[in-house]
Design a protein around this ligand. Sequence first.
Ligand code: AMP
Length: 201
Amino acid sequence: MRLILVGPPGAGKGTQAARLVAKYNIPQLSTGDMLRAAVAAETPIGLKAKAVMDAGGLVSDDIVVGIIRDRIAEQDALGGFILDGFPRTIAQADALAEMLAGKGLEIDAVIELRVDQTKLVDRIMKRADEARANGQPVRKDDDPEVFKDRLAAYNKDTAVVIPYYEQKGLLTVVDGMQPIDEVSATVEAVLSKLDEVSSSV
Ligand code: AMP
């Protein structure tokens, strides 16, 4: 199964992806996590990406497409993957389609976690409070002001991938404001329907 999770920052993509990893035994590929790891390791990519990420902007398409191209060629991703945080632009979506088509593969489904954006800032502040309470570092981009910039970047750039996948008949919208377990149940229902369709073809 090759799946994309879309939704604004704080919509719960990471949480849902982690659950799908356990259920389908395929990796979650988060460009945000990979970029943060590159920043922490001070790799050349990390050094380039750091300032943009700290400011809540988008890292260049070339960099993230390169990261994904390498990552999906790894052994654990050959049988499928869940993309979280990628693609974020039409150029990335086109590059993804192209790199998969080159291997005779395609995306099976795109799930949009739709949320009330006015409630997201509260949610993100809670995430920062929880991290602090657990003695974990608070992500710099979870600062409310930076978060608002990330939301604006999502609405300006990333939201365009939604009609892109809708046009391709790949999009399913799930209400991300439901409690976490209900979101998971809805996502799993969508995917098991897909499984049925693909196994009946
Ligand atoms: P995330 O954890 O997905 O919210 O990503 C954190 C930050 O990493 C974003 O605010 C961007 O600066 C950068 N980033 C992650 N994925 C991408 C992507 N697909 N394209 C461009 N920048 C990205």
